[in-house]
Design a protein around this ligand. Structure first.
Ligand SMILES: [Zn+2]
Length: 415
């Protein structure tokens, strides 16, 4: 049996399903005794014993002497219990995050620890096939540099920009890249000779947080990402919610300024994106700097070229530019208004902010929380937790590798 085909050819579906239930409970709990696994999975002791033996044989789990996180009164007297844990470096996946004008490729193990990664920037008008050429070369380079055995790589998860058909792996529309109907799965799986799964990049971030980050144990969450565009990934009952035409989560086009708003790239007026995208904030910052040529922001924008323009705006706010702070607070209110709408309809337990909203979390988090609490119905907005992503700059690539891990390892064959 090849290492890649970890559950074995010809294995019956029930057994394959049971193996995955055991792996998933170990992902949630880190270490468990055989008894605890039996309790959590409702499988018989004999079944557990056989499954554990099989997984140890495949090198996917190992036994350690530990207390299995059990309270002292439950532990047997005398020798410590034998616990089971995942063997993190038993298998690996590649994650490819595609953003506007950049992609990042990383190698992660089965607990989604990233071993190595590379960032590549490209001109946004470069045709898709040229970008894919660079992606394939970079993927091979990252595999080589990471030192992992290629036979242990289960496959590739791709978080693509814009509309994606998860079933076919086609990037239907990425307006900011000018891509239409790009068959990412077909091309990448042929060129890399590995299984490939593709979804929208913000959905992969939501999935990543759900199984490997701040969303563990949470049933429903929204991941809201802002940069060139603004989008949301929605998780419901631990599953990605895609909507009827694959477009669920287009929160950036929520109308929040109904009269006199700017025209959005979608053609409507007053969309959230026209107020809180990176470019919208930079346009506001430019006006502030022009009105105040001697102010902190004008100085920061002109002189501090070591960081990106939006980071300079945040830096000016942190250095005490009151107009910048007021502008960001004002824009946070619109973000909060759109999130209040999301809360009213979706009622998630947790909302995670990523991209520029995470980088500037000291400006966004509090006013967004206040706006959501004020504008949501029936106190729902007071109960929802709103935090910044736990993954920081890695959110995209760890989301992409989570997509591969869930679809090619933990939840393989279950859908
Ligand atoms: Zn719009």
């Amino acid at each position: 049996m090849s290492a890649q085909n970890y559950h074995g050819a010809g294995l019956n579906l029930v057994k394959s399903h049971n193996l995955q239930v055991v792996l998933l409970s170990l992902l949630h709990e880190a270490t468990l005794s055989r008894v605890q696994i039996a309790q959590k999975t409702n499988l018989s002791n004999t079944t557990i014993t056989n499954l554990i033996a099989e997984l140890i044989g495949q090198g996917l789990i190992s036994e350690i002497e530990d207390n299995c996180q059990e309270p002292a009164e439950n532990r047997p007297v005398g020798r410590p219990r034998t616990c089971i844990r995942l063997e993190p470096n038993a298998r690996f996946v590649l994650g490819i995050h595609i953003g506007v004008g950049l992609f990042r490729i990383g190698v992660s193990n089965i607990t989604n620890e990233m071993l190595h990664n590379r960032l590549v920037t490209f001109e946004v008008d470069l045709p898709a096939d040229r970008v894919i050429d660079q992606m394939v070369a970079t993927a091979e380079q990252v595999i080589l540099e990471s030192g992992v055995d290629r036979a242990r790589i289960l496959g590739v998860g791709v978080g693509a920009s814009g509309l994606v058909d998860f079933q076919t792996g086609v990037n239907l529309l990425a307006p900011n890249l000018n891509w239409r109907d790009v068959p990412l799965r077909e091309i990448l799986s042929q060129r890399l000779n590995l299984p490939v799964v593709v979804d929208n990049n913000v959905r992969t971030m939501a999935l990543g947080e759900t199984y490997f980050g701040a969303g563990r144990g949470v049933d429903s969450l929204a991941f809201v990402y802002g940069r060139v565009g603004v989008g949301a990934g929605l998780i419901f009952n631990g599953q990605v919610f895609r909507g009827s035409t694959k477009g669920a989560g287009e929160i950036g086009h929520t109308p929040v300024l109904l009269r006199g708003g700017e025209t959005c790239r979608c053609g409507n007026r007053g969309c959230l994106e026209t107020l809180v995208s990176e470019n919208a904030l930079l346009r506001q910052a430019d006006q502030i700097a022009r009105r105040n040529p001697g102010g902190i922001l004008a100085h920061t924008l002109a002189d501090e070229n070591d960081i990106s323009p939006i980071e300079r705006v945040f830096r000016a706010g942190r250095s005490g530019d009151d107009q910048v702070r007021a502008m960001l607070e004002d824009r946070s209110y619109y973000l909060g208004a759109a999130l209040a709408g999301l809360v009213n309809i979706f009622n998630p337990e947790l909302i995670l902010l990523g991209g520029i909203f995470a980088r500037g979390q000291d400006f966004f988090l509090e006013p967004v929380r206040r706006a959501v609490a004020e504008l949501s119905f029936g106190g729902m907005g007071k109960r929802v937790r709103i935090e910044a992503t736990s993954f920081g700059w890695k959110a995209g690539v760890l989301g992409a590798s989570a997509l591969a891990l869930m679809n090619l390892f933990y939840l393989h064959n279950q859908n």
